[in-house]
Design a protein around this ligand. Structure first.
Ligand code: PGA
Length: 259
């Protein structure tokens, strides 16, 4: 089972995860980070700015989880733009080392295989940051995604398009298709760190952490991973049956056993 850490708020979660990332980079300057978009990881990226100030990041590499298909890469809500704005530019990463799946319609049929090959050539992802959708998706692996899936085109659910409409002028502007790392791709990362905040995520979190393994609950794939950490605020932890145990285990965690 994943380690579940319940913290007071998103800011505390950001500091905790940023510290774990910084320690990985200190040991391995060419760390491969798995980068998530959406609102959830923003406190991590914010905290990284302070935590990594003065650290040489010139060798750090990154792979985003997903991208919309058919969106202009220069559109402010393309994940290429979001990753540049929230991660690459503020941290001063080398843009050539940070990859986002290619969502352009030309060549889309081999873009997934190309992305898988690039991740493999980099030696795999060391630490993968994840959010979770209200419908349980991780990456854009909507319910029904195979646990063995690799990077490919998916159709977004209406629920996801509604959730993401806040980033666009209207729901009609939210693309219908995406290209996303698969659940199988995500499971190959060496450490998964899933974050969730707010009561809107509580049901999806409980299904992912404590529910049965099921393609209907894509986040439950993390139960198959040997090193998965779930960092939640109190509201996102509301539906967890074993919340008291997670608090107890974390409070008594041996000092040498870091996140
Ligand atoms: P959010 O999205 O962080 O914007 O809530 C999470 C997700 O869709 O994975």
């Amino acid at each position: 089972m994943a380690e579940v850490v319940i913290v007071p708020d998103a800011r505390a979660a950001g500091a905790l995860v940023a510290d774990a990332i910084a320690r990985v980079i200190e040991v391995r300057p060419d760390t491969v980070l798995g980068l998530a978009t959406g609102s959830t990881p923003l406190p991590v990226y914010e905290a990284l700015r302070g935590r990594l100030a003065g650290t040489d990041l010139s060798l750090v590499r990154g792979f985003a989880l997903d991208e919309y298909v058919g969106i202009d890469p220069a559109h402010p809500q393309s994940y290429r733009s979001v990753i540049s704005r929230e991660v690459v530019d503020p941290l001063g990463l080398d843009p050539a080392r940070v990859h986002v799946p290619d969502g352009s319609p030309e060549g889309i049929e081999h873009a997934g295989a190309d992305y898988e090959a690039a991740i493999e050539a980099a030696g795999g992802v060391d630490l993968q940051i994840l959010g979770i959708g209200t419908d349980g998706h991780i990456g854009f692996n909507e319910p029904g995604s195979s646990f063995a899936s690799v990077t490919r085109v998916k159709t977004l659910t209406e629920q996801t398009r509604r959730d993401n409409a806040r980033f666009f002028a209207s729901i009609d502007d939210v693309p219908m298709h995406c290209i996303t790392q698969g659940l199988g791709t995500i499971l190959r990362a060496r450490h998964l760190v899933l974050l969730a905040f707010g009561e809107g995520k509580a049901a999806a979190v409980a299904a992912a952490v404590e529910g049965p393994l099921s393609a209907s609950s894509p986040g439950s794939a993390i139960q198959l991973h040997p090193h998965a950490t779930v960092v939640l605020d109190e509201a996102a932890a509301t539906d967890l049956a074993l919340a008291d145990y997670y608090r107890y285990a974390y409070a008594n965690k041996p000092a040498w056993q870091r996140l």
